[in-house]
Design a protein around this ligand. Structure first.
Ligand SMILES: NC(=O)c1ccc[n+]([C@@H]2O[C@H](COP(=O)([O-])OP(=O)(O)OC[C@H]3O[C@@H](n4cnc5c(N)ncnc54)[C@H](O)[C@@H]3O)[C@@H](O)[C@H]2O)c1
Length: 245
């Protein structure tokens, strides 16, 4: 049984499809009820088991209620993928309090809330696989002080939870993608006034593999870290960025 947050589109949808294809029952935690339901329906239509759960992962009450509902329904939780994320890019002098707080809440506090809610059940069953979405931006990215801080925080949280939860056979790892072609990066292209294709070409030129990544190429790495093939990997951040340093 797996929970994937922010599963209505992009990397979260690809991860949900991948985990379902590998046989998991996937609960899609998504703020946008429409995209969550559409993605879950598509998985079900393809023969997988998936259910959409409306949840705002930045809200403690929403997270606790959604996790409790899923556990009441399924009785177990093996895999948690903390994927939901947003950007609100601006240079520091234009970054509002709200842009700072909201990005920290959705990208970092959400991971704390979801892990805290999930660990009770994982600890009791002595099994768990947690994968958190960081980003290459954790190393620093102009115009993303809020996002970079949140994604660096995810790496610190991941390393710490791996230490705390390891004794209960729970692994905690992070994946840090570079540029992946999703609605998030399409929105960034729009904001800087170019088409998604032009934006991707610009990024591809400075990427060793000379192309941007696709959601399935992140989903496969998440699926590996969530699988028993990665049973002795914990506390790591794996960059999935086409070879960029
Ligand atoms: N696309 C990239 O290039 C890239 C690179 C590095 C890291 N990431 C990270 O990967 C993750 C997925 O990115 P993506 O490109 O697929 O993004 P996306 O914007 O395409 O999808 C994000 C999903 O999260 C959902 N969401 C947003 N706020 C939520 C909330 N409060 N509660 C529940 N759901 C919420 C959105 O509705 C959306 O469905 C994010 O954490 C992002 O920061 C993406």
């Amino acid at each position: 049984m797996a929970i994937v947050t922010g599963a209505g589109q992009g990397i979260g949808a690809a991860t949900s499809r991948r985990l379902a294809a590998e046989g998991a029952t996937v609960f899609l935690f998504e703020k946008n009820a429409k995209t969550g339901a559409l993605t879950a329906d598509a998985i079900t239509a393809g023969g997988g088991r998936a259910l959409a759960v409306q949840c705002d992962v930045s809200s403690r009450t929403s997270v606790d209620a959604a996790v409790a509902a899923v556990l009441a329904e399924s009785g177990r939780l093996d895999v948690l993928v903390n994927n939901a994320g947003i950007t609100r890019d601006n240079l520091l002098f234009k970054l509002s309090d709200d842009d700072w707080t909201t990005v920290l809440d959705v990208n970092l506090t959400s991971v704390f809330l979801m892990c805290r809610a999930a660990q009770q059940h994982m600890v009791a069953r002595r099994y768990g696989r947690i994968v958190n979405l960081s980003s290459r931006s954790a190393l620093g990215n102009r115009g993303q002080a809020n996002y970079a801080a949140a994604k660096a925080g995810v790496q610190g949280l991941t390393a710490t939870l791996a230490m705390e939860l390891g004794q209960f056979n729970i692994t905690v790892n992070a994946v840090a993608p570079g540029y992946i072609a999703t609605p998030m990066t399409a929105a960034t292209a729009d904001r800087v006034g170019v088409s998604p294709e032009e934006h991707q070409e610009q990024v591809a030129e400075r990427t060793p593999l000379r192309r941007v990544g696709q959601p399935d190429e992140v989903a496969s790495v998440i699926a590996f870290l969530a699988s028993d093939d990665a049973s002795y990997v914990s506390g790591q951040t794996l960059y999935v960025n086409g070879g960029a340093r």
